[in-house]
Design a protein around this ligand. Structure first.
Ligand SMILES: Cc1cc2nc3c(=O)[nH]c(=O)nc-3n(C[C@H](O)[C@H](O)[C@H](O)COP(=O)(O)OP(=O)(O)OC[C@H]3O[C@@H](n4cnc5c(N)ncnc54)[C@H](O)[C@@H]3O)c2cc1C
Ligand code: SF4
Length: 568
């Protein structure tokens, strides 16, 4: 073990933890703070980690900073739900609105690798029409991206993560075969399949970012089910074990325990670097470009906290939309009991899925769609659910827990509509760094409620059809925050353009789930990573055309080769 990851930085002195070897290190390039790097990236999760890798491989100089620790999964992660709450962003936040969001474990991560270190690995493409939902489906806002281009980037990410999925996917336009075979179904997934078949709709094995066969130094999944508590085998293809090692090998520097408090703006109106807190002091990293990739709450918070006399409403905010149009996804569940043992905790939480109601528009009284998946809660999470959703406590809770091995559940990922009133703003209180904390305001609209109602009725029928009894609904849950810095084609109605470049400040970029104009009914991380890959390609193209405040990319091969030599 190499020190306490919360109190001592691990990426320093020209080396970073080797996530594949206990106690091991890999060489890492280090940049001087006083010399501007091409890109300072705030956040190393699905958006920032992917972009750091791609930009470094294209030859740009990159420093990526994360407020969280640099974990070594093989040593730091335990099969213990309580211990693993260390993965979550639990700094103070204020929630309000008619439907206040539950933050913490349910939302963002705080670690090198971001929320992908504890995500559930469901890796879905968006329905093509969602990219033009206003024009084609009559709700939300159009994206400035074309689905065919996204389809290519989805393929790139699926290959990079070796997604395990079915041979043919039942919905949407054809896609290449998934790189790795699908995982076997567990008891919960078989119940989903049975219900779908009885109701006459399609289902399939869930495409997952966990390995169904060995990959290099990473082992295949061993079906222990601790995925959302952090996988200690490295089967999970998080940014921590995929994009970040690639980024370092290509010459990027990662700085852990580095909380960025402010993006600096020069009198010229361009940004010049980031102020960040590390090792007990505030420091400044100069940069030709800054990318904010801190998740849908921390990204607007940083932009708002970086206000100047020239940009009094915060950076990139001439549209007034920074922080607005925050979108959760609805995450309601239906639970039941099967006579035989299900042991649904075995394996990744969601091994089977139906996207029927993402692609079928007939028979809906709402805009948008939802998928639903089989569920596999671990015991502590299950006890919490019984307490918070059913009010069970004491003897009644103990009695209910005796049925744990028979529990079966279905849970939606549902589309919630963008509303300006759902937003992240700054509260007056400050955090441990003296930075104003975020206030997160959220209320469901009527459309959100109709979608939830439809899904709960349909999933109840599906569980009945799977022979479950004692069926009950958990009707207050959300997940996956996106929006707050939407992309668009018009500077008046969006924060960034299709390249994730802010309209107001040409060397300030945003690259995470914040840029989503709509959220669809599918988990977002594959789309975030696909957008990051596209952004990297666009940045390279802009640099080559001289339209970027950065050095023209160098050839990467020499540096990559020398890094590889160094590693061996
Ligand atoms: C329990 C759970 C299960 C999930 N399951 C799935 C799933 O199955 N499939 C799916 O697609 N999605 C899933 N998600 C959602 C997915 O993980 C996120 O949508 C995705 O990781 C968001 O990417 P991001 O780049 O926006 O932010 P993140 O991946 O969260 O990365 C943001 C990073 O920025 C850092 N940061 C923030 N502010 C600062 C700052 N000021 N200075 C320095 N660093 C900063 C944070 O520490 C963090 O590491 C799940 C999420 C949770 C919580
Ligand atoms: S079930 Fe697979 S992905 Fe999940 S924690 Fe275990 S080995 Fe990792």
């Amino acid at each position: 073990m190499s020190g306490d990851p919360f109190h001592a930085t691990r990426a320093h002195d020209g080396r970073a933890p080797d996530v594949f070897h206990p106690g091991g290190w890999v060489p890492m390039r280090q940049y001087r703070e006083s010399e501007p790097v091409d890109f300072a990236i705030v956040g190393t999760g699905a958006g920032g980690g992917t972009l750091a890798c791609k930009l470094a491989e294209y030859g740009f100089s990159v420093v990526a900073l994360d407020a969280g620790p640099y974990f070594r999964p093989l040593e730091d992660f335990a099969s213990d739900e309580s211990e693993q709450t260390k993965l979550y962003w639990t700094d103070d936040r204020i929630v309000d609105g008619a439907n206040p969001l539950q933050l913490g474990g349910n939302n963002s991560g705080k670690a090198v690798g971001g929320s992908t270190v504890h995500f559930a690995m469901v890796s879905l493409r968006f329905r093509p029409e969602w990219f033009k939902s206003r024009t084609l489906l009559g709700y939300g806002a159009d994206w400035p991206l074309d689905w065919r281009e996204m389809w290519d980037y989805y393929t790139e990410v699926e290959q990079a993560l070796k997604i395990s999925g079915p041979v043919t996917y039942p919905w949407g336009p054809p896609r290449p075969r998934y790189p790795y075979r699908a995982h076997p179904l567990n008891g919960a997934a078989r119940a989903l399949a049975k219900g779908c078949e009885a109701l006459g709709i399609n289902w399939t094995e869930t495409p997952l970012a966990t390995l169904s066969a060995p990959r290099g130094l990473a082992h295949p999944c061993v079906y222990r089910g601790f995925c959302i508590s952090g996988c200690s085998t490295n089967a999970k293809q998080s940014a921590l074990v995929t994009w970040i090692p690639r980024a370092i090998a290509a010459g990027a520097e990662i700085r852990d325990l580095a909380m960025v408090g402010r993006v600096e703006v020069e009198p010229s109106g361009l940004v010049s670097g980031v102020h960040y807190h590390r090792d007990g002091v505030w420091r400044f990293q100069r940069a030709r470009n800054v990318v904010v990739a801190g998740y849908a709450i921390e990204t607007p918070r940083l932009l708002l906290n970086s206000a100047t006399a020239r940009f009094p409403e915060g950076l990139a905010n001439s549209s007034g939309l920074v922080g607005k149009n925050l979108m959760a996804q609805s995450n309601q569940a239906v639970w039941g009991r099967l006579e035989h043992e299900v042991r649904s905790y075995k394996g990744p939480p969601s091994l089977a899925i139906t996207e029927h109601w993402n692609y079928e528009d007939k028979g809906k009284d709402f805009f948008g769609g939802y998928s639903y998946m089989s569920q596999g809660p671990l015991p502590q999470l299950w006890a919490n659910t019984l307490f918070s959703a059913r009010g069970l406590w004491g003897e009644s809770l103990v009695e209910a827990m005796k049925d744990y091995n028979h529990v079966v559940g279905l849970r939606i990922v549902g589309e919630m509509l963008p509303q300006e009133s759902n937003r992240v703003s700054l509260a007056d209180e400050v955090d441990q760094y003296g930075l104003r904390i975020p206030r997160v305001t959220y209320s469901w609209c009527d459309n959100d409620k109709r979608l939830i109602d439809h899904s709960l009725k349909f999933m109840s029928r599906a569980l009945e059809a799977a022979d479950a009894d004692d069926i009950w609904i958990q009707d207050d849950d959300t997940c996956h925050l996106n929006g707050t810095a939407r992309m668009g084609s018009d500077a008046r109605t969006s924060v960034v353009d299709a390249d994730c470049r802010s309209w107001d400040i040409p060397n300030l970029w945003i690259c995470d789930g914040s840029v989503f104009p709509t959220v669809g009914g599918a988990n977002p991380s594959l789309t975030i990573q696909a957008i990051a890959c596209r952004t990297a390609d666009r940045i390279r193209a802009l640099a080559r055309r001289g339209e970027l405040n950065a050095a023209v990319p160098r050839q990467t091969s020499i540096r990559q080769r020398s890094t590889e030599v160094h590693r061996s």
